[in-house]
Design a protein around this ligand. Sequence first.
Ligand code: OGA
Ligand code: MN
Length: 291
Amino acid sequence: MSNCLEDIKTKKLHPQIGLEISGVELSQEIPDEVFSYILDAFNKYAVVLFRNQPLNDKQQITFSRLFGELEPTSIMKAATNQFIYQISNIDGYGKVLPADSKKRALLEVNTNWHIDSSYKSPPALASILSARQIPIFESSYTEFCALIPAYEDLSDNEKQTLRGLICIHDYNYSLNKKNATGVPQNEKDTLQPCEQPLVHKHSDNGETSLYLSSHISSIKGMPVNKGRKIVDDLMKTCINPEHIYRHEWQQDDLIIWDNRCVMHRSTGVPYKEVRRAHRTTIRCKMPLVAV
Ligand code: OGA
Ligand code: MN
């Protein structure tokens, strides 16, 4: 099949976030007009799902590069390529990790609401996750929270208070919260905390969005506890079903999400069955712009 615009069909996933696109094969060449369609959907719906996309790493990288420059991975690196994160509950022999494994603790970090690479500057524009092996009996969901509508729902007073605040994002803070000790010190040393605005202007659709993530360790210029309380309270307000799409994975699903205006989390890591997904990450061209 060659990809053409006329074959595309779409279905909304949730009133506030997410679009499923069908009629495209991502392993094949994507003509410019088809990619423009996908890019527009990504900028408008923030989460884009494609079902039945059996990709290898090379094909995933080729598709991902259409969105921009890829971010190399440092942690949980897949053997095949530095641009592929392997997110899996298996060891090097393909066996499911024991309950007390260090790598499992690292995966647990993803069960906190977060934005990928929010602790880097410039941060990640998008993540693309390809479901290579999905459990049949155990559940494995990823939840996505729409941060543009979450900002819109705040009172004028709250918006005013939050605009202009600068947060410190620190991956080591997240690792410590989950007692995740599996990351070598030399890798940790490369991950210095960085600053991001709490409210920013989306670089493509121009909307105002929160930039909220469990990686926030403090708010600049504020006592640590005061800053954390603001972040915790805001987190509670945002994680309301009105803003959340919960995705139940099927084998060969591929999801692209916009890290500028979506936070996400995994609902847990299966204990018996293999779950393996490969992620590519696209970097923002520029730092976020505060509003
Ligand atoms: C990620 C992530 C959640 C999941 O890939 O960045 O947080 O459910 N994944 O695997
Ligand atoms: Mn993530």
